[in-house]
Design a protein around this ligand. Structure first.
Ligand code: HEC
Length: 206
């Protein structure tokens, strides 16, 4: 039997696939060429870490304790839970350690996955049951994951004054907010988050 010839519909379909494939390859090569020649890095890293010996120990326990199955940190893990990169710039060490030990009390609200050892069947209940010493080391590790101010995972706004933000505040912030809230940009920026970290209320506004 001789080779079957392609039907015209099949030819069109394969050509379209082929065209997409070729375009994809060209675009990829183009992007890599531009990226390798760019004078500044295309993707600037805004999160940092600098581990103390205890923090390093904590990072090991963190990896073994399956935190990565819900969280993301240091380019590992999933996006199902919260991204923990930069958490050291949002929460204090004391807050993080408190949360790991007693999530509901520190959140001041009911939690989804973390819970005290006694709370119902939550998936991350086991965290609060880990040895206190391990939780302390994990907390030290997490507090050493910091972020540049102004980045998406930091609490502090950008260092420089932004005309865009000024304009947005001028347009959308009601007058009453001026008495109710403090403009974080006018305060000297604390290096570390306030004692006790930022409470759940602050978090909701993000
Ligand atoms: C089953 C999924 C899951 C696992 C496993 C898990 N977490 Fe979480 N984590 C969450 C969710 C969801 C939240 C938000 C709080 C809540 O509702 O439970 C959270 C919140 C947190 C927070 C507070 C973040 C913030 O800024 O509010 C920290 C810190 C944290 N987790 C650390 C850990 C560590 C350390 C481990 C491993 C020992 C771990 N988590 C394992 C799901 C998980």
């Amino acid at each position: 039997m001789g080779k079957q010839r392609l039907k015209s519909g099949e030819k069109i379909l394969f050509s379209i696939f082929g065209a997409f494939f070729v375009l994809g390859v060209i675009a990829f090569i183009g992007m890599e060429v531009v990226r390798s020649r760019a004078p500044t890095p295309m993707f600037v890293s805004t999160t940092h870490f600098n581990f103390s010996p205890v923090g390093l120990e904590g990072s090991k326990i963190y990896r073994e304790a399956r935190c990565n199955s819900c969280h993301r940190a240091l380019r590992m893990g999933t996006n199902m839970g919260l991204n923990l990169d930069g958490i050291g710039s949002r929460r204090s060490l004391q807050w993080i350690e408190g949360f790991l030990n007693d999530p509901e009390r520190v959140y001041g609200a009911s939690t989804i996955d973390h819970g005290s050892a006694l709370a119902g069947p939550k998936e991350a209940n086991y965290v609060a049951k880990l040895p206190k010493e391990d939780l302390r080391k994990i907390a030290v590790f997490l507090s050493e994951l910091t972020a540049d101010s102004g980045s998406a995972v930091a609490r502090a706004p950008p260092q420089e004054r932004s005309g865009f933000i000024d304009q947005m505040v001028g347009t959308f912030a009601p007058e009453s907010w001026k008495e109710k809230y403090k403009d974080v940009r006018t305060n000297p920026r604390p290096e570390a988050p306030p004692e006790g970290g930022i409470d759940a209320k602050d978090n909701e506004q993000k």
